[in-house]
Design a protein around this ligand. Structure first.
Ligand SMILES: Nc1ncnc2c1ncn2[C@@H]1O[C@H](COP(=O)(O)OP(=O)(O)OP(=O)(O)O)[C@@H](O)[C@H]1O
Length: 295
C-alpha cells in the first residue's frame, strides 16, 4: 500500500486545521494511501517530519498550514535523495505557494482537488543553508514587514503587510546594495530587493507575472527609490502587473544572485526572518514534484 505522511500545523489559519483534518485523512485513504498523521507542536517539527517521510520512503507528503509550515516541509525534503510527491493545503494569511500553483485557498476544495491532481516538478531556491519556494526580500520594506505581529495578521490579514509596506516605502530609509548576477552587477540605493520564484508575492498575484514555478530563474526586483509619488505610481503598476516597467524598478532574471547590503540586514524568507546579508541565492531547477489541480 502507498504511504502518505500528512503534516498539519494545528495553530495555522485561526486553528482551521482541526475542522478539515478528517476530510484530508478520508480523501487520502480513498486515493489508496495508508496515512500517518503528524501534528506540529512548534518550530522545526514540519521540517523534521518531512525529512522522516523521505527516510521512510513515503510516496506522498501533504503539508497543511501557512507558508511557514510549508517552507519548513520543503526544507525537510530539499536535501533528501528519496523525495516523496508533495502537496499543500493552505491555511495561512498569505499562501503565496498555493496561489502560484493554482491550489484553492479554501481548504475543503484544495483537499477535494487532490483526487484528480497531477504531479509537476517545480523550482525551489537555496540561500546559504536554507531553502525557499516563493520569495526572499531584503531592505527596509522587508524589515518592516517582518515586524508585523501575529495579532496584526489575525486582525488585518494581508492589509497588515500593506500598511507596514507603505510606512517603509514612504520613509527615506534606503540601503546601499550591491547585486551580482549572471550577467553583471548593479550597485546603488534601494528600499527593497525581492528575489521571486513565483508570480505571487505577499498575496499579490501580479507582482512578478513572468515568474513561473518551473522556469529555472530567480526574478530579482530592485526598488530604487521611495517617496509618496513613487509609491503611488508603483502601487498602480503592481496592481496592473506592470511593476517592472516602473522607472524606479530594475528587473533581473538570473540563475544565481549575490546580495550585499551596507549595513548588513536580515533577509525575509517566505515571510519569516532568515539569514543576514551578504547572501548567495541559487535556483534549484525542478527540484520537487508537487501535486497540483488539473485545469
Ligand atoms: N502546535 C503549534 N502551536 C503553536 N505554534 C506552532 C505549532 N506548530 C507549529 N507552530 C509554529 O507555527 C509557525 C508557522 O505557522 P504557519 O504555518 O501558520 O505560517 P505563517 O508563516 O505564520 O503563515 P502566514 O503568514 O501565511 O499566516 C512556526 O513558527 C511554528 O513554529
Amino acid at each position: 500500500m502507498k504511504k502518505a505522511m500528512f503534516i498539519l500545523n494545528p495553530s495555522s489559519g485561526k486553528e482551521l486545521a482541526g475542522s478539515v483534518k478528517d476530510q484530508t485523512v478520508e480523501t487520502l485513504k480513498t486515493m489508496g494511501y495508508e496515512v500517518d498523521v503528524k501534528e506540529t507542536q512548534g518550530e522545526g517539527d514540519a521540517k523534521g517530519f518531512a525529512r522522516q517521510a523521505c527516510v521512510e520512503k513515503c510516496h506522498l507528503v501533504i503539508a497543511m498550514g501557512g507558508d511557514g509550515t510549508i517552507n519548513e516541509a520543503v526544507n525537510g525534503l530539499a536535501e533528501q535523495q528519496h523525495k516523496p510527491l508533495f502537496s499543500i493545503i493552505p491555511l495561512g494569511t498569505v499562501n503565496d505557494f498555493a496561489r502560484a500553483l493554482g491550489i484553492s485557498l479554501e481548504p475543503s476544495k484544495a483537499i477535494e482537488a487532490l483526487k484528480t491532481a497531477k504531479p509537476v516538478f517545480v523550482d525551489i531556491a537555496k540561500v546559504q543553508k536554507q531553502y525557499f519556494m516563493n520569495i526572499l526580500a531584503v531592505g527596509q520594506l522587508a524589515e518592516n514587514v517582518s515586524q508585523v505581529s501575529v495579532e496584526q495578521k489575525t486582525k488585518l490579514g494581508t492589509l497588515a503587510y500593506v500598511i507596514e509596506g507603505v510606512k517603509a516605502l514612504t520613509s527615506n530609509d534606503e540601503t546601499e546594495i550591491l547585486i551580482e548576477h549572471d550577467r553583471g552587477k548593479w550597485e546603488g540605493k534601494s528600499v527593497l530587493v525581492l528575489v521571486a520564484l513565483t508570480n505571487s508575492v505577499g498575496g499579490f498575484e501580479k507582482l512578478a507575472p513572468d515568474a513561473k514555478t518551473d522556469d529555472g530563474f530567480l526574478h530579482v526586483f530592485i526598488v530604487k527609490s521611495a517617496g509618496i509619488p513613487a509609491f503611488m505610481r508603483m502601487s498602480l503598476a503592481m496592481l496592473r502587473g506592470k511593476l517592472e516597467e516602473d522607472p524606479d524598478v530594475v528587473v533581473i532574471k538570473t540563475e544565481k544572485v549575490s546580495i550585499k547590503t551596507t549595513p548588513d540586514m536580515t533577509c525575509n524568507i517566505d515571510g519569516d526572518d532568515g539569514c543576514s546579508t551578504p547572501v548567495l541565492v541559487q535556483i534549484l531547477k525542478r527540484h520537487i514534484e508537487v501535486l497540483i489541480p488539473i485545469g
